[in-house]
Design a protein around this ligand. Structure first.
Ligand code: C5P
Length: 312
């Protein structure tokens, strides 16, 4: 018998499979919009062990299409407008030729519109998978450049680990970190639009880009996880809470649980992220959070996870 996992035995031998991580922002500082319409950011991304998988197989006559299963699959458009398809089209335009085609199949674990950059992760996965499927002459730098055209969080999904992001969030510097970061994540029933949260944020009239929380980078470098927990910060949190009052109760409840070192809204929300002292605490915290009426489901994840990776 094959040692493959259930469901893999009939896998297409020509298929390329990749895995891409969700992210949390340990700190997200937001300044005014630039001339490109994007806000200037100072952020620390961390990739989490919550992965979408994407499989690409060759398709005839330049067809690029998408099927989706898993978490929130019905929320992902399959009419060609999804970022994973747009990523494949962009890659083909720049590095391939029109007859190249791919059937993409996405197995979602990262919730949609959750502040975890799931759509960006899928785009990063599509760039990597199609680049291998079509045997294109790309390297990490060229994929990174395409990634930043596709969205502010896509380059980080390729890179993974823990990284400082500046500019729109696309200028990345990998950070030296120590320690394992155990998270409990509380997912909400209904997603939040990143664009809508940023638009609402603008009403506060921020004129300067604030610095990162003092001591955060040092705490990461020395692996002082409790200090990292105390320095979690998100400038979009107040705005998102004004749009979803129930998230405040989720954050407060989680922050008060044993073993929680810090609580923060992930990105533009609505996922609430709780940094925990160890794996056991994270599990207990996730179980408690999952019982809240404002929480659809809660899961544990570990950082820092690798970026987009080939599985076969
Ligand atoms: O780049 P992405 O498509 O993921 O961003 C979604 C939306 O979030 C953008 O259309 C923009 O409104 C907002 N955004 C922003 N500034 C950033 C990143 C995102 O205003 N640095």
């Amino acid at each position: 018998m094959s040692s493959h996992a259930a469901g893999q035995d009939d896998a297409d031998p020509g298929a390329v499979r990749v895995r891409v991580p969700a992210k949390v922002n340990l700190a997200l500082r937001v300044g005014p919009r630039g001339a490109d319409g994007y806000h200037r950011l100072r952020t620390v991304f961390q990739a989490l062990s919550l992965f979408d998988e994407l499989e690409a197989v060759e398709a005839p006559d330049g067809v690029i299409d998408l099927t989706v299963t898993g978490e929130g699959a019905d929320l992902v458009p399959t009419d060609g407008t999804d970022l994973a398809v747009r990523a494949a089209v962009l890659l083909r335009e720049r590095y391939g030729s029109p007859e190249l085609g791919a059937h993409l199949h996405l197995v979602k674990s990262i919730p949609v519109a959750a502040g975890l950059a799931g759509g960006s992760a899928d785009a990063a996965g599509s760039l990597l998978a199609c680049s291998v499927l079509w045997d294109l002459d790309t390297d990490p730098a060229s994929l990174g450049a395409l990634a930043s055209e596709l969205g502010a969080d896509v380059p980080f999904a390729l890179l993974g680990g823990t990284a400082l992001g500046t500019g729109r969030g696309t200028q990345l510097m990998p950070l030296l970190t120590r320690g394992r970061y155990h998270w409990a994540l509380a997912f909400a029933d209904v997603g939040l639009s990143t664009a809508a949260v940023f638009a609402q944020f603008d009403r506060a009239g921020v004129v300067e880009l604030p610095p990162l929380p003092e001591g955060l980078l040092q705490a990461l470098a020395s692996g002082d996880v409790p200090q990292v927990g105390r320095r979690l910060a998100n400038d979009l949190q107040r705005t998102a809470l004004s749009m979803r009052a129930e998230l405040l109760a989720t954050l407060r409840f989680g922050a008060g649980l044993d073993g929680v070192l810090g609580a923060v809204l992930s990105g533009s929300g609505p996922t609430c992220a709780f940094l925990c002292a160890d794996a056991r605490a994270a599990k207990v915290v996730a179980d408690r959070l999952g019982q809240l009426p404002s929480v659809r489901a809660a899961e544990v994840a570990v950082g820092a996870a690798p970026g987009a990776q080939l599985l076969s």
